[in-house]
Design a protein around this ligand. Structure first.
Ligand code: IPE
Ligand code: IPE
Ligand code: MG
Ligand code: MG
Length: 335
């Protein structure tokens, strides 16, 4: 725990945040293991492989903290936390096929091990398993939320694909993509516990907004880390977005503010789909010169601040304070 003089708040560390739901998360892991059971070997193998590799488990942690902030958890909460992590894992296996990524969570990606065809089908199965579990809740609001989130994620990935290789992408487009592919899932992690707790419509919507803002901040930082971090820290390839033909927000700022020479360098990577004539360090240098890193961090912090402001309207509990501390962890994370 530490005191942030600027915000006059007590900020919980990552360990303290996760510590509050450590027991719940153990139960979530047990659920996840059950969901990967299939008599078809590649499915159980691929599912298990990804789950066993770990990951931050930030989505189930957020869902559990929200449920506890709202009054407590039930078996249903544990299942829904596992469902959200499971859907997230399904998107990761598909995303790595789409991006042609060879590493995930510090290991060869599923597509690197099993090939694209098997990985896509296993991803489909994981999605369906998530829905089958959620169906057990017998709650149309829950199902509706999950279907909406999944459609948004697919739309986000598709929109991103339509813009591959283009340098004339607007910041509105980039934020829209981030919202669909990542923020909606985060928003669901706060919406579902509110629905299950029979929250009034206003607080359901408020929690949905808070989760959305946390998710926006999370994806913007992910885009920054692709430029500034290392493969070892992230457990997945870095300097890969631009090489894959994707302009992200920090690079957008560089295209907007940079010199003609800067723009040419970005274009070269987009054309060559590789860091051949231009090196990742060159891109980071020109992005920093255009304040792209700083501006993206400021925007990520703005989304986080909006989330915090609305969180402060809930009665103070350790769970609320833990969620209020999540932005600090999101923004300063190294992985
Ligand atoms: C990766 O999510 C995909 C994005 C939305 C950026 P995480 O960074 O939460 O990945 P894991 O679950 O910790 O591996
Ligand atoms: C993250 O997209 C959103 C998903 C739907 C997985 P990214 O392509 O940025 O995710 P990473 O960087 O591969 O984890
Ligand atoms: Mg990717
Ligand atoms: Mg990324």
């Amino acid at each position: 725990m530490s005191y942030n003089a600027q915000s006059m708040k007590t900020v919980l560390t990552q360990q303290e945040i996760y510590g509050l739901v450590a027991g719940d998360l153990v139960r979530v892991e047990d659920e996840l293991k059950v969901y990967t059971r299939s008599s078809i070997e590649p499915i159980s193998e691929i599912g298990r492989y990804l789950i066993d590799a770990g990951g931050k488990r930030v989505r189930p942690a957020l869902l559990l903290l929200t449920a506890r902030m709202l009054g407590g958890i039930s078996d249903s909460t544990i299942r829904l936390a596992a469902v959200m992590e499971f859907i997230h894992n399904a998107t990761l296996v598909h995303d790595d096929v789409i991006d042609g990524s060879d590493t995930r969570r510090g290991r060869p990606s599923a597509n690197a091990n099993w090939g694209n065809a098997m990985t896509v089908l296993a991803g489909d199965w994981l999605y369906m398993e998530s829905f089958a579990v959620a169906l057990g809740e017998r709650n149309f609001d829950v199902l509706n939320t999950l279907i909406g989130i999944t459609q948004k994620m697919v739309e986000g990935e598709l929109l991103q694909l339509t813009l591959v290789g283009r340098k004339d992408v607007g910041d509105k487009h980039l934020l829209d993509i981030a919202r669909r592919k990542t923020a909606h899932l985060f928003s669901g992690c706060m919406r579902l516990p509110a629905i299950v707790a029979d929250g009034d419509p206003d607080s359901v919507e408020k929690l949905t907004r808070i989760g959305m803002n946390l998710g926006m901040s999370f994806q913007l930082v992910d885009d920054l880390l692709d430029l500034t971090s290392t493969k070892e820290a992230m457990g997945k390839p870095v300097a890969s977005d631009l090489k894959e033909g994707k302009v992200t927000l920090p690079v957008y700022y560089a295209l907007e503010q940079g010199t003609a020479e800067d723009r040419r360098m970005v274009e070269l990577v987009l054309e060559e789909r590789d860091f051949r004539s231009v090196k990742p360090e060159d891109i980071l240098e020109l992005v920093e010169r255009a304040d792209g890193v700083k501006r993206t961090r400021v925007l990520a912090a703005d989304f986080a601040r909006q989330a915090i402001r609305e969180l402060e309207t809930f009665p103070p509990t350790p769970y609320r304070d833990a969620i209020i501390s999540i932005p600090e962890f999101i923004i300063n994370r190294q992985m």
